[in-house]
Design a protein around this ligand. Sequence first.
Ligand SMILES: Nc1ncnc2c1ncn2[C@@H]1O[C@H](COP(=O)(O)OP(=O)(O)O)[C@@H](O)[C@H]1O
Ligand SMILES: [Mg+2]
Length: 382
Amino acid sequence: MSESGAVSARDQSARLEEALADNASLRRHASSVAHDFNNLLAVITGYTEMMLKRLRADDPLRRNAEAIKRATEWGTALAQQILSGSRRSLPAPVPVDLNQLVGNVTRVLQPLLGDSIELVTRLSPSLAPVSADPHRIGQVIMNLVVNARDAMPNGGRLTIETGNVGQAVMLAVGDTGYGMNDETRARLFEPYFTTKEPGRGTGLGLATVYDVVTQCGGQISVTSDTGAGSTFKIYLPRVPEGGLPAETAAPPPVPAASPAESKTVLVVENEREVRDLIREILQLQNYVVLEAGDRDEALALSEQHGGRIDLIVVDVGIPPSFADEWVVRVRASRPEIKVLYVSGYLSDSAQVNAPKLGPLLQKPFTVGAFTKAIGLVLGRAK
Ligand SMILES: Nc1ncnc2c1ncn2[C@@H]1O[C@H](COP(=O)(O)OP(=O)(O)O)[C@@H](O)[C@H]1O
Ligand SMILES: [Mg+2]
């Protein structure tokens, strides 16, 4: 590296310090976006699952639907990651096999690469495990791969390599794309720095990479020239001999939500797909979900269940007024239980004797309307 290169590296680290100081507000913003994102993913997951249930095993569209589902699972993990990052609780490192992560990420991202990008992987068969958080490292690989793809709009070669280097494990992501000029190279890790058109780049990919890699004690190097492609190398600390220290090797299990927060909802719905979708949405919002296919089953479940049940979500059925009578029976043993009725088909006459013991939500409802209704019934501002 030339002398001017050394100075610009110092400038760069000063700018990074500043940028990282802004991280608190960045995280808050990320957290609210992640919440909305989670809701959208719940819808995608829900409908993909419904689609998968209807597709025959040999249907050619099955593979596409499965790919959507895997990608959505990744998205959900990422959203969760952002949410937990915003709470500043960094997960304890565990031994991670980078080769396996590379496999997972490339499997998910393969369709994004298209036919014009050749993917070459050179994975060391004797790779040492690294001490890190697998979700966050997966995010790092994903961001590097997406950038490499973006740098090769006319196709090229994407090379992913792993290897042991001293006490570290190296992961290299290289491309044969348009490369970078000096200005870009000096600023690329800054949050919100992007050379891409609005809507295509957020400028957060490499800021996240930097954050994750340095937080687990690793390093990054970049080599690139205009027109000659780029290679990002990250070096992560390998798991020390004898494994991780006892307290980090077995982190205490973290409950999805504190007991005070998670409420229990009993979903009564005879249509399996709809029930699955409702469960999916509720679980993503940290509700504990009990399910029943009909009211008799639900009543039995309510009587047997040892813990509390805060809410029942039940179809009103025909005639709607009978729904109230059923709720009265449930309340014989659970007087406090709240109810949200849902309905698909209310004729005008049925509207007249609509149930009175809880609000009624008309199907089909949006995820937003549904969670809002749940929140209102439970007395949460949502
Ligand atoms: N593989 C690459 N080849 C060329 N330029 C890159 C590469 N990776 C990153 N960059 C440059 O760094 C910038 C910041 O990257 P990133 O933080 O991931 O944000 P974004 O991809 O949203 O623009 C990009 O806009 C691009 O100019
Ligand atoms: Mg990017």
